[in-house]
Ligand binder design. Structure first.
Ligand code: GLN
Length: 560
């Protein structure tokens, strides 16, 4: 686990020295009201980016009020993609935003659910830690929440800990969290502040923006004993200054602490929008720090400039079964967008439904594409469409990137079509396949519980000299995050190598195959791991850069 790239990312925080840094850690709570999906994760990430760019040491954590221990067992239709941290925690997708915005790795400690809180309290009760007391929501659950909130602050590594409270004020399941926040604010004084995100709807028929839902939501927060320090109002239309003043007055918030969050063309513009209204300086002032100077956003602006000014397209198809739900592939689409921006291309991402893709329409659906990504996933649904796409891409030499299940499909399709192994499959899809080219990992055979039992988190991988993958990374030793139970079956390795599919990456300890590629092709690479979890705005992932570059070259070659 861990390598120098990870460490150097952490170091970025310590580059500044001339800022006022008190020893105490400040806690910023971000709550939400009116409706869900307003973008608390993006506001938290943007604030973190601004404070980091001022030289402060910052981390973000998310508290999710649902009872699952982690989102690993959740269907993507519930909460979108499951993100994986370096230490193998299956996490909420907001942690992906945190990492992409801050360039700092999160861990298991950055994402806590009600299930985890209760599990820990119940374990303590069974151990007898409560000494015969009745165990109750207050104080035992709230104390456990408070303990978890403060965990990251223990070592004094951070100046600011931003805590996003999932859900919406007024939800029954959020109540213990709000009570914990109330207590913490009381105990910490101005070292703890609350930023509340609400919604100001525009009523088309009346041609009016309405602040009443915001007022109600703040009242509800006040009823829970929390007076917000800062209000962020999400809106589709510019709010007049008079309206912000009115909200300030009704909600006991100072006028400069009412900030609007207008719909933005890209989420990466939000830090700038927040800064232009002084969110970062207000946070500093409210926590007793005199804001000196300006955040250094030059690298961020460089990226944004490229993202917004690219005119030439690069067209990438993403073949998967969750096309109607784009959050299911969030990290992949963001990784592609980072790479395209740095290559001065406008990303045109086309979602292709793998369940509907057939031999009859593959040409029509993929022929205009400059590159194709075969998505990760679980189970049989849509799998045959992935084989159809892969065969077409292989035969037409289109740059192709298979990720996790996508890589396993590359192997299966090659086994069937090139090695002539009829019925080849993964035992995940067909227990009785005559050619189990993808099979359950040895250590998975005795696993019966589904939660948190996959091969998860960062593992090292050594790449073959001269491979596309090694070339992309510019080094041979890498560490990448995993989330799978099945693997390339070693018994077939020699046959694949002979027929032209090379196993160019393997784990140095277990020799599990991590990367396959077809060397003669433009770019045909599959990774058992998920590189998309490590692409950030300031550090686009080398494999995505290399893949998108191949797509750009392929496009240019067809146009000239
Ligand atoms: N279902 C496959 C496995 O468990 C791939 C998982 C994935 O794509 N994340 O091995």
């Amino acid at each position: 686990m861990g390598n120098t790239a990870f460490n150097s990312r952490k170091m970025i925080n310590f580059a500044f020295s001339n800022i006022e840094r008190n020893v105490e850690t400040r806690y910023i709570f971000v709550t939400g009201g009116v409706v869900s999906s307003l973008g608390k994760g993006i506001i938290s990430s943007s604030l973190a980016r601004l404070l980091l760019s001022r030289g402060y040491r910052v981390t973000i954590q998310k508290f999710d009020p649902y009872i699952n221990i982690d989102p690993g067992t959740l269907n993507p239709y519930e909460h979108g993609e499951c993100y994986v941290t370096v230490d193998g925690h299956e996490a909420d997708l907001d942690l992906g935003h945190y990492e992409r915005f801050t360039n700092i790795q999160t861990t298991r400690a950055n994402n806590v659910t009600t299930g985890r809180i209760y599990q820990s309290v119940i374990d303590k009760e069974r151990r007898g830690d409560y000494l015969g007391k009745t165990v109750q929501i207050i104080p035992h659950i709230t104390d456990e929440i408070k303990r978890s909130v403060k965990l990251l602050g223990k070592k004094g590594e951070y100046d600011f800990i931003i805590t996003e409270i999932g859900g919406t004020v007024g939800d029954i399941e959020s109540t213990p969290y709000l009570e914990a926040v109330r207590q913490l604010r009381w105990e910490m004084g101005r070292n703890a502040i609350c930023v509340h995100l609400t919604y100001v709807p525009y009523l088309k028929a009346a041609k009016e923006l309405k602040t009443k839902p915001t007022q109600h939501s703040v009242k509800m927060l006040q009823q829970a004993g929390i007076q917000p320090d800062i209000l962020v109002l999400r809106t589709e239309k510019e709010l007049p200054a008079s309206m912000c003043r009115k909200v300030a007055q009704f909600c006991n918030v100072s006028p400069e602490a009412v900030i609007q969050s207008l719909d933005a063309p890209t989420i990466y513009e939000v830090p700038l929008m927040m800064h232009s209204q002084g969110l970062d300086s207000i946070v500093l002032e409210k926590t007793g720090i005199t804001p000196g100077g300006e955040p250094d956003l030059s690298a961020w602006n460089h990226f944004l400039h490229k993202l917004e000014n690219a005119t030439e397209e690069v067209r990438i198809a993403l073949v998967g079964k969750y096309v109607e739900l784009q959050d299911a592939y969030k990290s992949i689409s963001e990784s592609l967008s980072h790479a395209a921006a740095y290559l001065d291309r406008k990303l045109k991402l086309v979602y292709v439904h793998s369940e509907k893709l057939t031999e009859a329409d593959v040409e029509e659906k993929l022929s205009g594409m400059d590159g194709v990504v075969i998505a990760p996933g679980f189970g049989n649904r849509g799998i045959e469409g992935k084989f159809v796409a892969l065969r077409w891409c292989r035969e037409h030499d289109v740059p192709t990137f298979g990720i996790c299940l996508g890589m396993q499909c590359m192997v299966i399709e090659f086994a069937r079509d090139v090695l002539g192994l009829e019925g080849a499959n993964s035992t995940e899809m067909d227990h009785h396949t005559p050619h189990n080219v993808i099979d359950l990992m040895e250590e998975q055979k005795s696993v019966s519980n589904m939660g948190g039992t996959m091969r998860l988190g960062a593992y090292d991988c050594v790449l073959r000299e001269g491979s596309k993958a090694a070339e992309a990374y510019g080094r041979r030793e890498v560490s990448e995050r995993h989330r799978h139970r099945f693997e390339f079956n070693e018994d077939y390795r020699a046959r694949f190598e002979e027929a032209g599919m090379a196993c160019v990456g393997e784990n140095p300890d277990t020799h599990l195959v991590e990367v396959v590629e077809i060397p003669g092709k433009r770019w045909f690479v599959g990774t058992q791991y998920h590189p998309e979890y490590q692409s950030t705005v300031l550090h686009p992932h080398p494999l995505f850069m290399s893949f998108v570059k191949a797509a750009v070259d392929y496009r240019d070659s067809r146009q000239s």
